[in-house]
Design a protein around this ligand. Structure first.
Ligand code: F6P
Length: 556
């Protein structure tokens, strides 16, 4: 096993460790009085305002974090990623999701080849195909236009597209372009998910897009076979050619499955599953639903952040600042979780997507060289849109555990409502909470304040808020396709920054393999037991008992 200097062995890391004692002497209530500090801890790019003044950090902390970035060779690592080097070393691959949204004339090399023309070849094919479906020039086996699309895929082949679809659903431009069309997602192998997807759908007017990077994922392949059967049993086997298309890096398996390779949309091994929403994985289903021109705006938004990320000094670089602060919270202040709190219902699927992007990327136990880490990496991401979350788990955030929060707000609502006689619009009401919560967390409430309010003595401990709870606020001018692309890329790059700093490989996911292979063993035994009456064996007492119980009870 290779050995190398871990980031935790460097002077800047040790210096930050020591600095925690200084920060522990401060309270956000006092830090927030320092206007100069607050000015320094805000940043604006392309109408996006980032305010991180409610982090438990001072300008000195930031300086120390920048030194850590230097010690971790952060700039070099970012350059290596954009330069197409094989930074995903355990899979010997480049990490080039930025190429998926690069302008047509950009040059991004992987293995000595400019990959941008290949990207645009697929984008052009998607544009042509989606227009033929949307215009009705491509029809189903019985001559009817295909109005419903079911995207079958899981993990990165599902969560990103679902997030973007949900975010666009109430965007005025996207509403217009989606008129009369419906996009559905089938992810879980649970037959309930199949039933829910096909309920009310007619195979005659449905197009199935099978999305799988590997085209081997058990859940996706079984769901794809189930929908193939749904189509062919109703319209005949030849109908599959008209009703099923695929997105994959494995075009051989696509053909083997019975989908015409001409109706397959490629992507490449240098696109990680959880970073694939800007490939055909997201672009095809989203273009079928909203039209290619809307999706192109989404790609442009993501690309604008790519440019910002690779060319802006760290002091003003939004993903870098966010990554450094996350690391500060996790590795130095000891806060293992992060709440993602968008004050926009349109972003309800953002946290689930970031859960995968962040936790599958950074939940690692060894350095990129394979050295066991003496510190924990990754963080526990979760979230809900405000204000729903406020009526759910915010109690814990205010008075229980300290969980750094990302508040994400939008200036102009996608769907403003102004009720006659109401003092504020519905969006102002929502945003009042967006502005209030960070201060409630930062300042808290003293027992003395409660005494002044004549709160009965026995209730004072219950109504006291310690405050000093970190958060940051990101305010977007609006939430259109372009901004949605920006939001996505900010979080993707933040995760990469964290991984680069920790010195891990954020682009592999070996941790998901063990469970998959054990499931294969179980699957074999279940089927042998059902078909040949073979006894369950080779498992421990607990698993054997559970399996027997399951088999007995389900064979009734
Ligand atoms: O969950 C593991 C994983 O490999 C993810 O990284 C990936 O997004 C997902 O499975 C789906 O994989 P595929 O696109 O190959 O079906």
């Amino acid at each position: 096993m290779a050995s190398s200097v871990l980031i935790s062995d460097t002077e800047p890391w040790k210096d930050l460790k020591a600095h925690v004692a200084d920060i522990n002497k401060t309270h956000l209530r006092d830090l927030m009085n320092d206007v100069k500090r607050s000015q320094l801890m805000t940043n604006e790019f392309d109408g996006i305002l980032l305010d991180y003044s409610r982090q438990r950090a001072t300008p000195e902390t930031l300086e120390k974090l920048f030194k850590l970035a230097e010690a971790a060779s952060l700039k070099e690592k970012i350059n290596r990623m954009f330069g197409g080097e094989h930074i995903n070393s355990t899979e010997n691959r480049s990490v080039l999701h930025v190429a998926l949204r690069a302008p047509r004339d950009a040059v991004i090399q992987s293995d000595g080849k400019n990959v941008v023309p290949d990207v645009w070849e697929v984008l052009d094919k998607i544009q042509k195909f989606s227009e033929s479906i949307r215009s009705g020039s491509w029809v189903g086996a019985t001559g009817k236009a295909l109005k419903d699309v079911i995207a079958v895929g899981i993990g990165g082949s599902f969560l990103g597209p679902l997030f973007v679809h949900t975010a666009l659903q109430t965007d005025p431009e996207a509403i217009e372009t989606a008129r009369g069309r419906q996009l559905h997602f089938l992810a879980n192998v649970d037959p309930i998910d199949v039933a829910r997807n096909i309920a009310g759908l007619n195979p005659e007017t449905t197009l199935v897009v099978v999305v799988s990077k590997t085209f081997t994922t058990a859940e996706t392949m079984l769901n794809a076979r189930t929908l193939r059967e749904w189509i062919s049993s109703s319209l005949g086997p030849d109908a599959v050619a008209k009703h099923m298309v695929a997105v994959s890096t494995n075009l051989t398996l696509v053909e083997k499955f019975g989908i015409d390779p001409n109706n397959a949309f490629a992507f490449w091994d240098w696109v990680g599953g959880r970073y694939s929403v800007c490939s055909a994985v997201g672009v095809l289903p989203l273009s079928l639903q909203y039209g290619f021109s809307v999706v192109e705006k989404f790609l442009k938004g993501a690309s604008s952040i790519d440019q910002h990320f690779c060319s802006t000094p760290f002091e003003k670089n939004i993903p870098v600042l966010l990554g450094l602060l996350s690391l500060w919270n996790v590795s130095f202040l000891g806060y293992p979780a992060r709440a993602i709190l968008p004050y926009s219902q349109a972003l309800e699927k953002f946290a689930p997507h970031i859960q995968q992007v962040s936790m599958e990327s950074n939940g690692k136990g060894v350095s990129i060289e394979g050295v066991i880490l003496p510190f924990e990496t990754g963080e526990i991401d979760f979230g809900e849109p405000g204000t729903n979350g406020q009526h759910s788990f915010y109690q814990l955030i205010h008075q229980g555990r300290v969980i750094p929060c990302d508040f994400i707000g939008v200036v102009k609502s996608q769907q403003p409502v102004y009720l006659k006689g109401e003092v504020v619009s519905n969006h102002d009401e929502l945003m009042s909470n967006f502005f209030a919560q960070p201060d409630a967390l930062a300042y808290g409430k003293h027992p003395e304040q409660l005494q002044k309010e004549n709160v009965p003595e026995h209730l004072i401990p219950h109504k006291t808020f310690s405050g000093n709870r970190p958060s940051l606020s990101i305010l977007f001018p609006s939430l259109n396709a372009y901004n949605i692309g920006q939001l996505l890329a900010i979080y993707e790059h933040r995760v990469a920054v964290q991984g680069f700093l920790w010195g891990i490989n954020s682009f592999d996911q070996w941790g998901v393999e063990l469970g998959k292979s054990l499931a294969t063993q179980v699957r074999k035994q279940l089927s042998a037991s059902r078909t040949k009456g073979q006894p369950i064996e080779g498992f421990n007492y607990s698993t054997t008992t559970l399996l027997k119980k399951y088999l007995e009870a389900s064979s009734d």
